[in-house]
Design a protein around this ligand. Structure first.
Ligand SMILES: Cc1cc2nc3c(=O)[nH]c(=O)nc-3n(C[C@H](O)[C@H](O)[C@H](O)COP(=O)(O)OP(=O)(O)OC[C@H]3O[C@@H](n4cnc5c(N)ncnc54)[C@H](O)[C@@H]3O)c2cc1C
Length: 492
């Protein structure tokens, strides 16, 4: 290694893969290695706890950890990653409201961008359904469910009331099952405050394409889970798909319509447009890496987590298994990847990634769960307690552990809050500009459409339609974007 030039390791993505790689590098790298992590948010989301945020047993802010606090030795850049130029060894990012590109150079690049949710194959689903990917998604579900209870409590029309009190979850994997279990807990814990809603008026439906829920679990645990959910009143429709979603509900592939006020889509994981745009070998939308997690054909580029196709054996073996998109795998991959990057920088040989899952666990809500740990299978309260203890131990910082432990302890002794916190609708607002103030900068997202209420403005940007004038609508064509929405008012 060159002793005078620091090596720049740039990590793309602040999720499980990126953060745990950065943590390992931070602990192991010497002073001549600079580590920079680029991510959209300044916090790390602990996704396995999102269902608990949706159910209201964990506060949203407690399920995330600020990156700067967790990674003090790492340069954190909060930005949107737009492009990677592998030939020039640079990453192009934009930050804030601007479209201005900043170029970040790297010596070693780690790609950990995860996946996105794509519901476009089912008409109407992306418009109607809530997804579960981020902390705000989970918080939105919680608030929407409470909003439906508020509406139903004062609703005289029985059809509208029944619709408001119906929740449909599409997808019976871990995310769908854990979310629906928690949402049911939230509803039943809240009912004492809603005098006009009887428990039997609540309808919760889980729709699963496969012949059983949670195909990731051994069959008898999945059967136990389904039985437990059914006994708690959750309807499970197996071998059923959703053909479309409408304003009032979902239409199944059997042609049945289920009217529902809340639709949760726990399906549709797909590679992000950015991952798809990268000039790297890919299979099934994932970046192809070798056993040492190095991107095929690129010496200084590595990938892990949900965006990587990681062989768990000889990739030339047609029966080789690939790492599943799970946090427990991403955390283990991160350790191996960090060691391999450092070994590579020192001119040493990298090591292959080898990991066998220690087991799986799921929470079913109602203080019940299922677990298969090292082949020992158990169910009920102990499985649920093991689930909570395991995820508490995995949480990234002591501060987060304490907060989540407090939330869970309080949840055992006091009822959950039914405060429905809705962000205000994006209403138009008046803004005052003084003569000479800059309203819109070239190549910067102006944040909406500006309507001049009084006064006038000069435009140096070529106008495509309309012009700046009192009470006029100004649309500025910046060469790349046409921006609609919002208002401005000028006093001159
Ligand atoms: C609701 C839910 C529950 C889950 N439960 C479990 C569980 O119980 N057990 C388990 O093992 N796994 C679970 N998983 C799966 C687990 O969370 C994922 O496998 C894990 O998060 C993958 O890590 P990652 O780093 O690959 O991706 P992510 O954690 O998704 O991180 C990707 C990061 O990249 C950032 N990013 C992406 N694109 C850009 C861009 N263009 N610019 C800037 N930043 C960008 C994102 O903001 C994010 O920070 C769950 C997932 C979900 C959604």
């Amino acid at each position: 290694m060159n002793n005078t030039t620091p090596r720049r390791i740039v990590i793309l993505g602040g999720g499980f893969g990126g953060v745990f790689t950065a943590k390992r590098l931070q602990a192991r790298a010497s002073g001549d290695v600079q580590i920079e992590l680029i991510s959209r948010n300044n916090f790390f989301v602990f996704q396995p706890l999102l269902s608990e945020v949706a159910g209201g047993s964990i506060q949203p802010a407690d399920s995330v950890s600020p990156l700067r606090a967790f990674l003090p030795g790492v340069t954190v850049r909060v930005a949107e990653i737009r492009k990677v130029d592998f030939a020039a060894k640079t990453v192009h990012v934009t930050a804030g409201r601007g479209d201005e590109i900043t170029t970040v150079p790297y010596d070693q690049l780690v790609i950990a961008l995860g996946q996105v949710v794509d519901l476009s194959r089912t008409p109407g689903l992306s418009e109607r359904a809530f997804i579960m990917k981020d902390v705000m998604d989970a918080f939105r579900i919680r608030n929407h469910v409470l909003q439906c209870l508020e509406g139903a409590d004062g609703e005289a029309d029985p059809v509208r009331k029944a619709r408001l009190l119906t929740v449909v979850a599409v997808g019976g994997g871990f995310t769908g099952v854990e979310t629906i279990g928690e949402v049911q807990d939230l509803i039943h814990n809240s009912l004492k405050y809603y005098r006009n809603i009887r428990p039997e008026e609540i309808r919760i439906v889980l729709i699963q394409h496969d012949a059983r829920i949670m195909p990731e679990l051994p069959e008898h645990l999945a059967v136990y889970a389904a039985d437990k959910l059914r006994r708690r009143g959750i309807e499970i429709l197996l071998k059923t798909g959703v053909d479309s979603a409408t304003m009032t509900g979902v239409v199944t592939d059997a042609g049945d319509t289920i009217e529902a006020g809340t639709i949760i889509a726990a399906i549709g994981n797909a590679p992000s447009p950015l991952t798809r745009s990268l000039a790297v070998p890919s299979e099934r939308g994932k970046i192809v890496v070798d056993r040492c997690l190095r991107v095929q054909g690129l010496d200084d580029v590595w990938a892990l987590g949900d965006n990587a196709r990681i062989p768990l054996g000889d990739p030339s073996d047609p029966d080789v298994a690939y790492a599943p998109p799970l946090a427990q795998f991403a955390v283990r991959e991160a350790k191996v990847l960090a060691e391999n990057v450092l070994a590579h920088v020192k001119g040493e040989a990298p090591k292959p990634f080898e990991y066998r899952s220690l087991g799986t666990m799921a929470s079913l809500g109602g203080r019940s769960g299922v677990a298969d740990i090292l082949g020992v299978k158990f169910t009920g309260f102990f499985a649920w307690a093991a689930w909570r203890s395991f995820y508490l131990s995995l949480l990234p910082s002591f501060r987060t552990k304490i907060r989540v432990a407090m939330d869970w302890t309080l949840d055992l002794i006091i009822s959950r809050s039914i405060a429905e916190i809705r962000p205000p609708q994006a209403a138009s607002r008046y803004i005052q500009f003084l003569p000479g103030d800059l309203v819109v900068e070239p190549d910067v997202d102006p944040g909406g459409l500006y309507v001049v209420i009084s006064g006038a403005f000069d435009s140096e940007i070529p106008a495509a339609s309309g012009d700046g004038g009192t009470n006029g609508i100004a649309r500025a064509w910046t060469g790349r974007h046409l921006w609609p929405a919002a208002q401005w008012r000028e006093w001159s």
